[in-house]
Write a protein that binds this ligand. Structure first.
Ligand SMILES: C[S@@+](CC[C@H](N)C(=O)[O-])C[C@H]1O[C@@H](n2cnc3c(N)ncnc32)[C@H](O)[C@@H]1O
Length: 275
């Protein structure tokens, strides 16, 4: 779908997902990607619902699976009942951007208290960042196991569902909660993640899958994860968002061509206590 608001490109080049994100990292936060803006709006409701759904004793250990540049890891670092945040991603380039953003956030959260050692200021979560590729290793890192919660935003588009839910199920402790958001299959059927590389003029695309909500919910259940109904979702317990005219001002000009298309879904899943 051509969009006059999108940057022009000479050709489309498909790259392995990690390599694509290594290149995307430098502009990922600034290239006007409206799906991130939509995700940020939706998380204003979904993230507090996620925190309310976690029933294990505080303080919690929470994993950001596919943290990217740390856009949503910052939410975790600003949550007082979290003692440790584990941020995982396969792209070193994305993690480098996250590292500088999150260390800044940690210092701000510590009220400017300087922490020359690796110890954070009191009341601020510890941050552990690690390179981890869900496709390359069938087992999540030890640092991430037995977590009280996982957030994974706009990531599962790049991973087959059995791989993704196998990892989440191994990370979460019984009763733990997953916050999942993704590009909706209605959008994924006609587009996918990608960016224009300013150096080459090429549109770079990673590997993507247009997962439907039915497939996501069904596969999650196979790994012991059940949908948590938390608020204003549809029958399946998952919220779907269609872009409308009024949203363009907030989401930016690149959202214009998506008016009338359902572009985002998100929801919560709990790992069964007997798993
Ligand atoms: C669209 S970005 C989302 C980043 C961040 N969660 C956000 O919401 O802004 C997708 C992220 O998933 C990561 N990713 C893709 N495939 C992965 C894999 N197999 N293992 C770990 N991370 C992966 C990418 O490197 C990238 O940082």
């Amino acid at each position: 779908m051509a969009n006059p608001e999108d940057p022009p490109f000479s050709c489309i080049r498909y790259l392995p997902t990690t390599e694509a994100y290594d290149r995307w990292a430098a502009i990922y936060d600034t290239d006007g990607n409206f799906l991130q803006a939509l995700d940020t709006i939706e998380l204003k409701t979904l993230f507090p619902q996620f925190l309310r759904s976690i029933l294990s004793p505080r303080p919690w250990r929470i994993v950001d699976l596919g943290c990217g540049t740390g856009r949503n890891t910052t939410l975790l670092l600003a949550t007082p009942c979290i003692e440790e945040v584990i941020a995982l991603d396969s792209s070193r380039g994305m993690l480098e951007v996250a590292r500088s953003r999150l260390h800044q956030a940690l210092h701000q959260a510590g009220d400017g208290v300087s922490t020359p050692s690796k110890e954070p200021a009191r009341g601020v979560p510890r941050l552990h960042m690690e390179v981890f590729d869900m496709l390359a290793s069938p087992v999540p890192p030890k640092s991430a196991q037995q977590a009280d919660g996982v957030i994974s935003t706009l990531v599962v588009e790049h991973v087959p569902l059995p791989t993704f839910f196998s990892q989440v199920s191994q990370i979460l402790r019984p009763g733990g909660v997953l916050l999942l958001t993704n590009m909706h299959a209605h959008m994924g059927g006609i587009s996918q993640a990608g960016f224009v590389d300013a150096e080459t003029g090429e549109k770079i695309r990673p590997t993507s899958y247009a997962h439907t909500i039915t497939d996501v919910v069904t596969e999650a259940r196979r790994w012991g994860l059940e949908v948590v109904k938390a608020g204003d979702e549809d029958e399946a317990g998952i919220k779907e968002t269609k872009v409308d005219e009024i949203m363009i001002e907030t989401l930016g000009p690149r959202s214009r061509k998506w008016v009338g298309v359902t572009c985002w879904f998100g929801g919560l899943f709990r790992k069964r206590a007997d798993q």
